[in-house]
Write a protein that binds this ligand. Structure first.
Ligand code: PEP
Ligand code: MG
Length: 583
């Protein structure tokens, strides 16, 4: 019997097998009071001081970079954070907590943070929170460093077979721990269309969420299984279950390998109608895992993750280098760079974002770039520089009005001067932009539809909020009809249009979108071969009819069922074909 066999939500497909690793995720839950077990207090203090030193070095780097980019005043905050970490009282306290109370370093820091809370207990509301945050944040950096060292130890001991277990599937959870390849992820919380989920799929990590309290149920380094297609997770698997899962994973990987071998041909439907399949990537690191020959280029490079992975905002030259490495890999194929889409759940730790009560509806994407024009101009300059290495296209996120597009084009023309500007496109992910598409599309060079956000705003449902996840319905006919309208409008205007939301990488979604008139889909790399293989088995005309029938349904369930039946039928043919073709 396994210790736990648990049903959650499928987030990223595939079978993952590995040892549980439960990093301490600060801010999400309190670090429990854990006593030292086998480690001596001298060794624990040594580990703590090494992490402390690295946290200070990290802050010093950010301080130096901020001084250079923004000036000494903006960088002063980091000096203050370093001073917090150097406080001798705090050190004496930590030594006592580890030496006398025998607390593990993470728990000792938690105890210190609790003392800070106590210090300001008489202060009211906002002031109290701000004081506590100022003292807490630098120490969270030390906990992060302790976690990174532990991560290295666990990965060294267990090779690639690690299943990451955490409370919430946030984008930073995936990017931070992506230094090592992960066999799977299991979380208590995290929507299927959240940014964390998008990353997990893009990296091809089997992932399940919705398993309440999994980070407290799992035991460190026990064998865990992740069944990403079914949304099932097993903690403390039996050897028999592990063997069965290994066979399943091998079978899956054989089908995928066979499909990848066939996927070098350009995408098309059965009757030869071309469908351009591009990839979504998040960082130049993704290039190690994908074969550029399988796609027609990059349809969405989410540039913000390259900024999130760094300790400080990169200079123009550094940004250009990142972009050029992607362009060089794609050797002349177009690469669509989406300008910074931070805000909401994507934060840069070196910039103070304001606290917003409704961040998804707030200051994010292009809104922020148009406010922080210096940074936007730096990014545009880097993109213009990178043109020496390939076909750069610029995509603006979260466009709501045509004036925002006009302002961005003015800034771009400041950067290029008299030279020809690179093509500039608009992401349609706000319903107002979809409804005003005729006006926007006439002034944009291309359109890319972000269904993840479009569905969020159309249904007034936060894509990260589990309480309303049932109402997040990308297959609802209301959304399908908006999508069909977008395709028809762009096609009538002769404006290139693609879809880069997650729906495009799901088989039912891809069938609908091609049928609705989208000639380009941009999807997470692991799904390119599957989507190509399925499209090759169905004519453009039957997809048109299927899309119209789905859009005419009254409910999401009916529309999805219709599309799913066709997707399953075609997928079964594909699998059958690859098995019978196997030598
Ligand atoms: C989208 O909203 O569909 C999209 C592609 O952008 P992101 O998921 O990064 O918000
Ligand atoms: Mg979006």
């Amino acid at each position: 019997m396994p210790r736990f066999d648990l049903q959650g939500n499928p987030v990223s497909p595939g079978v993952g097998i590995g040892c549980a690793w439960i990093p301490v995720e600060m801010g999400l839950y309190r670090i429990p009071e854990r006593k030292l077990v086998s480690e001596t207090s001298e060794a624990a203090l040594e580990r703590l001081m090494a992490a402390h030193k690295r946290a200070i070095q990290d802050l010093q780097k950010i301080q130096a970079a901020t001084t250079q980019e923004l000036g000494i005043q903006d960088a002063a905050i980091y000096g203050a954070q370093i001073a917090v970490l150097q406080d001798p009282d705090a050190h004496r306290n930590l030594e006592r907590l580890v030496n006398e109370e025998k607390l593990q370093p993470e728990s000792a820091i938690q105890a210190l943070l609790d003392q800070f809370e106590g210090l300001f207990k008489d202060l009211e509301g906002g002031d109290r929170k701000n004081w506590v945050a100022d003292l807490r944040d630098p120490w969270l950096g030390v906990i992060r460093e302790l976690g990174a060292a532990e991560e290295d130890r666990v990965f060294e001991a267990n090779g690639n077979g690690i299943v990451l277990i955490a409370e919430e599937l946030t984008p930073s959870l995936v990017t931070r721990h992506h230094r090592h390849p992960l066999a799977g992820i299991i979380c208590s919380r995290g929507g299927r269309f959240s940014h964390g989920a998008v990353l997990a799929r893009s990296f091809g990590i089997p992932t399940v969420t919705g398993i309440e309290g999994v980070h407290t149920k799992a035991q460190p380094e026990e064998v865990c299984l992740v069944f990403g297609d079914e949304g099932r997770a097993v903690l403390g698997a039996t050897p028999k279950q592990e063997k069965r899962a290994t066979e399943l994973a091998e079978e899956r990987s054989k089908v995928h390998q066979a499909l990848s071998g066939l996927a070098v041909e350009p995408g098309r439907t059965e009757d030869g109608t071309p469908v351009s399949l591009m990839v979504n990537i998040e960082s130049p690191n993704d290039l190690k895992m994908l074969d550029p020959a399988l796609s027609s280029g990059v349809g969405l490079f989410r540039t913000e993750f390259a900024y999130m992975e760094r300790p400080a905002f990169p200079s123009v030259e550094e940004q250009a280098e990142i972009y050029e490495s992607v362009l060089a890999s794609f050797d002349g194929k177009p690469v669509v760079f989406r300008t910074l889409d931070i805000g909401g759940d994507k934060q840069l730790r070196y910039f103070g974002h304001p606290k917003e009560s409704n961040p998804a509806m707030g200051w994010r994407g292009l809104r922020l770039s148009l406010e922080w024009q210096d940074l936007f101009l730096m990014q545009l300059s880097a993109l213009v520089k990178a043109r020496r290495k390939g076909d750069v296209r610029i995509l603006l996120p979260m466009v709501t009005t045509v004036e925002e597009l006009r302002r961005s084009k003015e800034l771009l023309s400041q950067v290029v001067g008299k030279a020809e500007p690179p093509p500039i496109g608009v992401m349609v992910e706000v319903p107002a932009a979809a409804m005003a598409l005729r006006d926007i599309a006439q002034e944009a060079d291309f359109i890319s539809v972000g269904t993840n956000d479009l569905a969020q705003y159309l249904f007034a449902v936060d894509r990260d909020n589990p309480w309303v996840a049932d109402l997040y319905q990308p297959y609802h006919p209301a959304h399908l009809r908006v999508l069909r309208y977008i395709a028809r409008t762009c096609n009538a205007l002769g404006r290139p249009v693609s879809v880069c939301g997650e729906m495009a990488g799901q088989l039912p979604g891809a069938l609908f979108l091609v049928g609705a008139g989208f000639g380009t889909l941009s999807i997470a790399p692991p799904f390119v071969a599957e989507v190509k293989a399925v499209l090759q088995r169905v004519s453009a005309d039957s997809l048109r009819q299927l899309a119209n029938r789905a859009a005419a349904c009254h409910t999401s369930n009916d529309a999805l069922a219709l599309l799913q039946v066709e997707a399953d039928r075609l997928w079964a043919e594909v699998v059958q074909g690859t098995i019978s073709n196997r030598p």
